[in-house]
Design a protein around this ligand. Structure first.
Ligand code: GDD
Ligand code: MN
Length: 413
């Protein structure tokens, strides 16, 4: 095992998590460089050499030496930091930070950015689950004017390779929860959970960041000064070496992070700037909803009186016909601008299935609210129902807007 010279490692910044406006030029040229990419690692010994090699080849051909790779390792028991430090002699663009005092993914990324020299700051996982070649598109997006460029699993060209139904469901559930608690942050991008993105230093410098857990992008959008956002689709690869560090704790951290951002960012100015409710779209959605009511009652009548079907069957079938009716009108009218971009039977079917699931969840939500208002808070039965309907209409609209038709900041409301 080779000996690592003490000064071959970057020392980890301490104190507040604030990125300076200009890089501290203790090392290197005064003007800094174009791009600093952070690779956070914890027990990635078997991945790190390959990651560095692939990224170096890619970036060397694209921006020559105008970049640096910074591995930020949290003192991995498997010695990832040491493996990385030993690679430095072969890769002049590589720097390595070993953190011993603190731990945590989001923090590690920010500590890396604090030590970075680039005008563009980025992050990519150190386990090859993020395809490196997408980086070039992200860089291009920033150079074309975006403040933030996010690699997304949920737009065209994106996906997850072979996630189980449970994992997809948990991931989507977390996103929906975030859309409800923090719509002005999570509503802006199609994949707010992405850990693969680039941001301009100017957009995140000189604010004190307070992330908890894994989802650093929430912090960047929530506290940064981000105007223009671009997204690039990518497929989340399977892990080949090592293992994921995700445990149930990350779900708790995520919730804490959402609540902290909710309570401390206020989003008063932010709300006005970012969260302009698409009122026209909402009205069209409402009109379609009313048409659905008519369809529901008419079909119900035919099934009961003309065909003589049972009550339960008639109720379910008429409700489903109404859902189909609503979906079609929403697809060709309410969200016509979006549907036009996502043509074909496959994408439309996908939207329809999502719409169905979200409306079904809406029915359950409605039942919960009616029960809460009527049984616990003693609100009048009809008033309870009315309030529940109002809440669920907003739910149906908002969640469908973000998940079925995926209207984000990138394709403006
Ligand atoms: N420094 C440091 N400290 N790095 C960490 C820590 C930590 O406490 N925990 C995890 N990492 C590193 C891992 O070594 C890996 O390079 C990367 O962070 C992602 O960790 P995984 O455990 O592989 O996470 P994942 O595969 O579930 O990915 C999910 O989270 C990513 C990061 O937010 C997905 O949501 C990805 O889209 C997302 O990019
Ligand atoms: Mn991973």
């Amino acid at each position: 095992m080779s000996i690592i010279e003490p000064n071959s490692l970057l020392s980890a910044p301490t104190g507040a998590l604030r990125i300076p406006k200009y890089p501290s030029n203790s090392a290197g040229s005064k003007d800094g460089i174009l791009f600093s990419l952070i690779i956070p690692t914890y027990n990635e010994r078997d991945n790190i050499a390959k990651v560095i090699q692939v990224l170096t080849e890619l970036l060397d051909s694209f921006i020559h030496q105008d970049y640096e790779l910074i591995v930020v390792d949290d003192d991995s028991p498997d010695g990832t930091w040491e493996v990385a430090a030993n690679l430095q002699s072969s890769y002049p663009q590589l720097r390595v930070m070993r953190r011993t005092g603190e731990r945590g993914l989001s923090q590690a990324v920010i500590r890396g950015w604090q030590a970075a020299k680039g005008r563009i700051l980025g992050v990519i996982d150190g386990d090859l689950q993020h395809p490196p070649d997408v980086m070039l598109q992200l860089l291009r997006a920033i150079e074309e004017g975006a403040d933030l460029a996010v690699a997304s699993r949920h737009i065209d060209g994106g996906g997850v390779s072979s996630w189980s139904f449970v994992r997809r469901f948990l991931s989507r559930g977390a996103q929906v929860l975030g859309l409800v608690i923090l719509p002005g942050v999570l509503g802006r991008v199609s994949d707010p959970m992405s850990g693969y993105f680039l941001v301009k230093r100017n957009s995140v410098a000189e604010v004190t960041l307070h992330p908890v857990g894994y989802k650093i992008l929430l912090e960047v959008i929530g506290r940064g000064n981000i105007q223009e956002i671009a997204e690039v689709g990518y497929v989340f690869n399977e892990r080949v070496e090592g293992e994921s560090k995700v445990t149930w704790k990350q779900y708790i951290d995520y919730l804490r992070h959402l609540l902290r951002l909710r309570l401390t960012t206020g989003h008063v100015g932010g709300l006005k700037r970012h969260f302009n409710f698409p009122i026209g779209r909402f009205l069209r959605f409402g009109v379609v909803g009313f048409s659905g009511l008519g369809v529901d009652l008419a079909v119900f009548h035919i099934l009961r009186r003309v065909i003589g079907l049972g009550l339960t069957r008639s109720t379910i079938i008429s409700a489903e016909v109404a859902i189909i009716n609503n979906f079609l009108w929403n697809d060709i009218w309410t969200f016509r601008d979006i549907s036009r971009w996502q043509k074909g039977v496959g994408p439309r079917l996908k939207r329809f299935v999502k719409f169905n699931v979200i409306c079904l969840a809406g029915v359950i939500l409605q039942a919960l609210i009616v029960n809460l208002l009527y049984n616990v808070l003693n609100v009048n039965e009809y008033l309870s129902k009315l309030i529940a309907i109002a809440v669920v209409v907003v739910w149906n609209f908002w969640v469908n807007l973000k998940l079925s038709w995926r209207v984000t900041d990138v394709n403006k409301l």
